[in-house]
Design a protein around this ligand. Structure first.
Ligand code: AMP
Ligand code: ZN
Length: 474
């Protein structure tokens, strides 16, 4: 398999330290709000990568953190803790919102068929590990105490800016709104490992440490959690492209200083999902969630297909017309698979199976070319082999693509054989739609939502279009 490595900026053969075994780390969500579909693009593409590695026969250990403390409003060390802001917004405690949004994140993942990593570790569960790591960095001269905080000294490294995208001048603080120079830092790139003093003294969660009551910086979380579960050598580290700097740069600096050797040779970064308004983010701009897509009548797996149709190293522009195209493609795909189901009982042709399996592996082995892999799926549908072979290939590919293709096709078949809605039934649903439109006009959203829920329970989805609401069977 060939994969682009952000560290060397080239497409390279994928290698592992131990033959057949992959230790893979993923930066998890900061659980102060729902994940938006941009965040989920990163997790979908990482999921495909993980599943493709397993499909090839690798034994994968995948570890993910949950950031429930220490991620400040700016990725640099300024601003308030995002978790605290979230808690205040909702009049809850930090731990309450962490639990709520962690559960919400995994519920979204389930809808998108994103596999739960083998290890999921909240940062607040690893305070002793962070303290041990910071202490060693202090003992070995890679860290210093200033103004009550412990800082990493980037001046001690031969090369700090490993991804080479940032120069020291770019870190000039003051140019970005709301970011103030931290006079404690010896070098501009230095970052906080442990806070005891911050402008925001009301930090809710604090722990005893050798340097006083405080809390960890965000970056140390991922280094310590990765080393705790994957050991001193990692094979593959993943995240969204915005994590490259400063987060991953800092992870590398502190992990390698702590371990005394190179840590992770391969870095996989997913580029952003944007809207016409720019990059999607939790703190600004339009905030699209999986639930919102569902409310608008889209199956979350349509969004998964939408992501797979483009390469992870390209910015992906989200728009409803683009999503509608993916929806039509998903429907056509499942209808064609449904038409194969009645002939499913034949013998699988081993030659054709091996041929198309090889093509699929080649597509994904070429820097995870998911859109090409989807094309191979279409090629299978068009191939001259029998239905049993096609269905076996589709199931095999879907171990990686996870589009729920066979299940969706079975639903299509069931619907096709079910009697169409009677005229009476149609009239009743249309009357409910009318009632809902009136309720919305009168701003009686509770009633409007109750009608939507009632129809949903009957397997009928309402889709809001610019021309008004329409309905369809789920
Ligand atoms: P956060 O919950 O903010 O820590 O982000 C979770 C993951 O989503 C990280 O890997 C980010 O790099 C990634 N991410 C953030 N915004 C986007 C976006 N617009 N498109 C794709 N990935 C994103
Ligand atoms: Zn991380």
């Amino acid at each position: 398999m060939q994969l682009y490595n952000s560290l060397t900026r080239t497409v390279e053969p994928f290698v592992t330290r131990e033959p057949g075994k992959v230790r893979m780390y993923t930066c998890g969500p900061t659980v102060y709000h729902f994940a938006h579909i941009g965040n989920l693009r990163s997790y979908i593409m990482e999921d495909v990568l993980e599943k493709f590695l397993r499909w090839q026969g690798f034994d994968v250990l995948r570890v993910m953190n949950i950031t429930d403390v220490g991620h400040l409003s700016s990725d640099a060390d300024t601003g308030e803790d995002k978790m605290l802001k979230g808690a205040r917004r909702e009049h809850k405690t930090v731990m309450e919102i962490a639990k709520f949004y962690t559960d919400a994140f995994f519920a979204d993942c389930e809808k998108l068929h994103i596999r739960r990593p083998d290890v999921v570790e909240p940062a607040t569960g690893c305070i002793p590990e962070f303290i041990e790591m910071v202490q060693k960095l202090l003992d070995e001269g890679y860290a210093y105490l200033a103004g009550g905080n412990v800082y990493f000294d980037t001046g001690k490294l031969e090369q700090y800016y490993v991804f080479n995208r940032h120069k020291e001048e770019d870190l000039e603080v003051g140019v970005r709104e709301g970011v103030e120079e931290d006079g404690n830092k010896r070098n501009k790139g230095d970052f906080v490992l442990w806070f005891t003093k911050s402008k925001f003294a009301d930090q809710e969660l604090k722990w005893e440490s050798p340097w006083g009551l405080g809390y960890p910086g965000w970056h140390i979380e991922c280094s310590a959690i990765s080393i705790k579960h994957c050991g001193a050598y990692l094979d593959l580290h993943c995240g969204g492209i915005d994590n490259q700097f400063p987060h991953h740069t800092n992870e590398i600096a502190q992990s390698e200083a702590y371990l005394g050797h190179a840590w992770c040779p391969q870095w996989f970064h997913v580029h952003h999902l944007t809207t016409e308004g720019g990059k999607m983010s939790k703190s600004a701009g339009e905030f699209l969630t999986v639930s919102l897509l569902e409310e608008k009548g889209y199956d979350p797996l349509v969004y998964r297909l939408f992501c797979l149709q483009s390469h992870y190293r390209k910015t992906l522009l989200f728009s409803y017309p683009n999503l509608d195209n993916a929806q039509s493609a998903y429907r056509r795909l499942t209808e064609r698979i449904a038409s194969l189901l009645p002939e499913a009982n034949g013998e699988v042709d081993p030659e054709a199976f091996a041929l198309y399996r090889g093509k699929f592996g080649e597509a994904l082995g070429d820097d995870l070319n998911t859109s090409m892999a989807v094309t191979v799926l279409y090629d299978v549908l068009k191939a001259s082999t029998n239905a049993a072979t096609k269905l076996a290939l589709i199931e095999d590919f879907d171990r990686v693509l996870s589009l729920g293709l066979t299940e969706a096709a079975k639903k299509v078949s069931a619907q096709e054989s079910a009697p169409a809605a009677s005229e009476e039934e149609e009239a009743r649903i249309n009357a409910l739609l009318q009632k809902r439109a009136e309720a919305k006009k009168a701003k009686n959203f509770a009633e409007a939502d109750a009608i939507r829920d009632q129809l949903k329970a009957e397997g009928i989805l309402i889709v809001d279009t610019p021309q008004g609401a329409v309905w369809k069977k789920a």
